[in-house]
Write a protein that binds this ligand. Structure first.
Ligand code: FAD
Length: 430
């Protein structure tokens, strides 16, 4: 664990003064162990990742060096149970640590989310779901193999589920198919926007198991760690997007890829059960954007105080209109933090209707709110602040991408909140 102490009093801007945590442990009642893990993420983010972020963005290059550092700091295994050599963090601790990383490098935080979810979903989340004893024992044996690779070898996992149609939105079965064969499956299909493509060691692909005589069904979804080096796996297409450029989310093709049984990150039927009973599993894309919201606010305060490194020490804080804009940003940031903290704190199996609606509202608030704060930051700081030599314009571009993430895009959150607030399960107007 890193041991650098935060200094709130130092004012020299060329030395690294550690930022205060987004969620102070005493105010948000985090225990020492949680605070320690989150501090490791924040310190690594600020002291190392922040300095590398511009180059990853400019070159649309995957932050592989950050991944080596995450491995050394134990953070690739943040959600892996301690008995398997991980840090044993729960959902809330992971989410806050990811927000701290997102504050300094959005692309690292977003891709780290895909990696961590393969351990969070197969770990603490799966522990909450129903399995018979034999299935649970087999799952325990299999996940130990995945965890060992991550903890000991620094293996990186990704999470391609998007296919360009309604499957990633939860509407229909995945078009990527897994045909049972002796000892495993033959996988065929195509995944778009597959973050970490070409860099992950395992692609945690969601696919539909073909069951003889049955139509493709979401109930038969499999979550398989496809080895990146397996025959039939290829990465195609360019990657030159508006933001989140370091995620390198290219297209993945699977052509008759043999995937062994031990590649299953969840037993048969368990992913479907998770999607039905543990909806907060889809809220894990939001921490990155809470971090970006904080970053836009931090930048603005520093800039208006004349304290941003690489800019003349000109103060702009004395103008009332700028003060009002900062007040609006601070209010928005606290609103995002409050609803989001509550939502990640109550993530569990079988949440109440109120908790599910709150989770959608938290996702919407973080994804849209981060970009609203970044937009206000650009307007308030002024022209020189949006030069590419400074972090703000990258934060602005990265923050625009949050609302697009399926299955909980901003639009789908609105759809669901409106419908589920007005209709009880099974109710119609007929
Ligand atoms: C930077 C970045 C990184 C990403 N990384 C990953 C990743 O690692 N893994 C991954 O799986 N995906 C990833 N994605 C993809 C993301 O989650 C979405 O799947 C993707 O942005 C959808 O693009 P689309 O053009 O198909 O979207 P859309 O057209 O918005 O949605 C696709 C389909 O969803 C359904 N749909 C969408 N909106 C509605 C609505 N309002 N009502 C009803 N149905 C609707 C429709 O069937 C639609 O055709 C990433 C995206 C970005 C921007």
């Amino acid at each position: 664990m890193m041991t650098v102490q935060a200094s709130k009093t130092a004012t020299a801007i060329d030395a690294i003064n550690l930022d205060a945590p987004i969620f102070a442990s005493d105010a948000f009642r985090l225990n020492d162990e949680q605070a320690g893990i989150i501090a490791t993420a924040r310190e690594l983010g600020q002291s190392v990742f922040a300095g590398r972020a511009a180059a990853y963005d400019r070159e649309a290059k995957f932050p592989i060096e950050n991944y080596r550092d995450l491995h050394r700091a134990g953070l690739l295994g943040i959600a892996i149970p301690k008995k398997h050599g991980g840090l044993g963090a729960g959902y809330q601790t992971y989410a806050i640590a990811a927000a701290e990383i997102g504050r300094y490098c959005g692309a690292t935080a977003l891709t780290w989310n895909m990696h961590v979810c393969s351990t969070l979903w197969s770990g603490p989340l799966a522990d909450d779901l129903d399995m018979n004893a034999a299935t649970r024992a087999e799952h325990e044996r299999r996940r130990a193999l995945h965890y060992k690779r991550i903890v000991e070898e620094g293996a990186i996992y990704s999470q391609p589920f998007s296919e360009g149609g309604a499957a990633a939105a939860g509407g229909v079965a995945f078009g990527t198919e897994a045909k049972p064969v002796k000892g495993g499956w033959l996988v065929n299909g195509k995944k778009i926007f597959a973050s970490l493509s070409g860099h992950a060691d395992y692609y945690g692909a969601l696919c539909t198991e073909i069951v003889e005589g049955e139509k493709a069904s979401r109930r038969n979804t499999l979550y398989l760690a496809v080895p990146a080096k397996a025959d039939g796996v290829s990465v195609v297409g360019d990657w030159d997007p508006l933001g989140m450029r370091g995620t390198v989310s290219r297209t993945l093709l699977f052509k008759d890829v043999f995937v062994p049984e031990d590649a299953a990150l969840m037993p048969r039927g368990v992913y479907f059960q998770a999607a039905m009973r543990w909806p907060h599993m889809f809220l894990t894309l939001s921490p990155t954007y809470v971090g970006l919201a904080q970053a836009a606010y931090d930048f603005t305060v520093r800039y208006l105080r004349g304290e941003v490194r690489g800019t003349p020490p000109v103060k702009r804080r004395m103008y009332p209109t700028k003060q009002i804009a900062v007040a609006q940003m601070q209010i928005k940031l606290e609103q995002i933090k409050a609803i989001w903290f509550q939502a990640v704190t109550e993530a569990c199996a079988n949440p109440t209707k109120e908790q599910v609606l709150r989770a959608y509202a938290a996702q919407y608030s973080a994804m849209e709110g981060a970009n609203e704060i970044a937009t206000l930051a650009i307007r308030t700081c002024g022209g020189q602040a949006m030069l590419k030599s400074l972090a703000l314009e990258r934060i602005y571009r990265d923050s625009r991408c949050g609302s697009l993430m399926l299955p909980w895009t901003a639009e789908l959150c609105l759809d669901r909140i409106g419908r589920e607030a007005l209709y009880e399960t099974g109710e119609t107007d007929d």
